[in-house]
Design a protein around this ligand. Structure first.
Ligand code: ATP
Length: 234
């Protein structure tokens, strides 16, 4: 299997304080990996370094074999990300918002735009102004936008935050489809194991900036280790 994401000894220091400490892991093609940790554990900082929004203090990130440090713009070609709430034009429709972004990416045909909108379940709302969208629909639009450039890797920071249980279930369903049908690798952060365990093939636990556990889901012994780890985290 191809390694799509390789996180190598990733470290972030801010004003002498280590926020992320020597984190290493790989993600294979089509794999969904959960990044789990309590509030303040260092998930967002790790993701921001992975997607190039925060400078790497030491270590490296490779996306489809290309270094974010030395081949930044080429590495970005294979990356789609939703970190924090993406900004949209509220007076344009969902379709018009996607079209604005589509024009920037030569890989994104109109058919592809409609396909990703359908995949994340906003096809029925494409003519509606985005200002009328719920939080969950904006989240879906953000993921559709990230998919327009046909990335090999999708990085999502807490996409289930603020969603009701039905929204969480639907998110799981379409993320599974994105991984299975498009072969896209997904890294998704959460502070709740329950949100991601039925979807992620593997979960990585971050505590105080360190990777403290890595577990294949479906392994019962591993699951109880994770429960215990998270309980201690709380
Ligand atoms: P949450 O789920 O609450 O977003 P998180 O796991 O994503 O938490 P981070 O946002 O990565 O955690 O923050 C990790 C730690 O680093 C926190 O203690 C945070 O206060 C600290 N931190 C993050 N960015 C900075 C910064 N620019 N300056 C100083 N400290 C920071």
């Amino acid at each position: 299997m191809n390694t799509i994401l390789s996180v190598q000894h990733l470290t972030k220091k801010i004003k002498g304080k280590t926020i992320v400490n020597d984190v290493s892991f790989d993600v294979l093609a089509g794999e969904i990996v959960g990044l789990l940790g309590a509030n303040g554990a260092g998930k967002t900082t790790t993701m921001k370094m992975i997607v190039g929004l925060s400078k790497i203090s030491s270590g490296d990130v490779k996306i489809a074999g290309r270094s974010m440090k030395t081949e930044f713009s080429k590495a970005l070609d294979d990356l789609g990300a939703v970190i924090e709430a993406p900004a949209f034009y509220p007076y344009l429709s969902g379709y018009e918002n996607l079209r604005q972004y589509q024009r920037l990416h030569k890989k994104a045909s109109k058919d592809w735009l409609l396909e990703v909108a359908s995949l994340v379940g906003i096809d029925h709302a494409l003519k509606q102004r985005v200002g009328t969208y719920s939080l969950g629909m904006k989240q879906r639009l953000g993921i559709a936008q990230a998919l327009l450039k046909k990335p090999k890797l999708l990085v999502l920071d807490e996409p289930m935050n603020g969603l009701d249980p039905a929204g969480v279930r639907e998110t799981r369903t379409y993320l599974n489809q994105i991984a299975d049908e498009l072969g896209v690798s997904v890294v998704i952060s959460s502070h709740q194991l329950a949100e991601i365990e039925q979807m992620a093939g593997r979960v990585i636990v971050i505590q105080q900036g360190c990777l403290i556990a890595e577990q294949q889901i479906g392994d019962e012994a591993g699951s109880s280790v994770l429960q215990l780890t998270l309980h201690v985290n709380d």
